[in-house]
Design a protein around this ligand. Structure first.
Ligand SMILES: Cc1cc2nc3c(=O)[nH]c(=O)nc-3n(C[C@H](O)[C@H](O)[C@H](O)COP(=O)(O)O)c2cc1C
Length: 201
């Protein structure tokens, strides 16, 4: 059975663009697969604990790690993982980093020679929202530590994520970005169009 694991991470529960666009993907995905399974995790409302010394020691001793097991099983059982990811200080929210620290376990790593792993075939769709623009050719392109980071970590698992960016979300808020309001609206519309397309393919 098709299974969508949808994870949101924006601290804002009202007015969040990443929640709005990831929600549009989930809605279209579910409409196209009425019998599909849907799991939702909100890492901002219900953050995971950071991995700590005790958890690490248990992992090293190969002891029982119920939280890690539950999170890893959730990822393994999904055929699509959808992440809503705001840009915070040029990177991903710390709540998402905490989740990654739990789920990036050797059991999921792809074989370095073949590139195959237990997540081969899993689709990962990342919806980002950024206050500014980090598109190729913009002055802040090299400040984008979201897309390259997530490409690297999912690459280790043998998965190439697909990205949808809603940019310039602060154009209506920050005076020096006001000139980009039209671009911001176009970026948000494009993001909605793209997720509607991706959700049904
Ligand atoms: C703590 C914090 C850090 C932020 N850092 C950046 C940043 O480095 N670059 C940027 O373009 N926008 C930054 N922003 C703006 C957010 O990326 C923007 O508001 C985005 O729309 C947030 O996602 P959301 O709409 O889903 O909440 C930051 C916002 C917060 C709250």
């Amino acid at each position: 059975m098709a299974h969508l694991l949808h994870i949101d991470t924006s601290l804002r529960t009202d007015g969040s663009v990443s929640r709005e666009v990831s929600g549009a993907y989930a809605q279209a995905w579910r409409a196209a697969r009425p019998d599909g399974r849907y799991t939702y995790r909100d890492l901002a409302v219900e953050p995971l604990p950071h991995i700590d010394a005790a958890a690490l020691a248990t992992r090293e001793a190969d002891g029982d790690r119920p939280l890690e097991r539950r999170l890893v099983e959730e990822v393994k059982s999904a055929d699509t993982v959808l992440l809503g990811v705001p840009m915070y200080n040029y990177g991903v929210p710390s709540s998402l980093k905490a989740w990654l620290d739990w789920v990036l376990v050797p059991e999921l790593f792809a074989d370095q020679e073949t590139g195959e792993g237990v997540l081969t075939g899993t689709r990962v769709v990342v919806v980002t929202a950024r206050g500014g623009s980090y598109a190729p050719g913009t002055p802040r392109h090299s400040f984008d530590f979201q897309e390259p980071y997530l490409r690297a970590v999912f690459g280790v698992l043998g998965v190439a994520p697909e990205f949808v960016h809603a940019e310039l979300t602060l154009a209506g808020v920050v005076p020096h970005l006001a000139q980009f309001k039209e671009l911001a609206a176009a970026s948000r519309e494009d993001a909605h169009r793209l997720v509607r397309e991706l959700a049904v393919t």
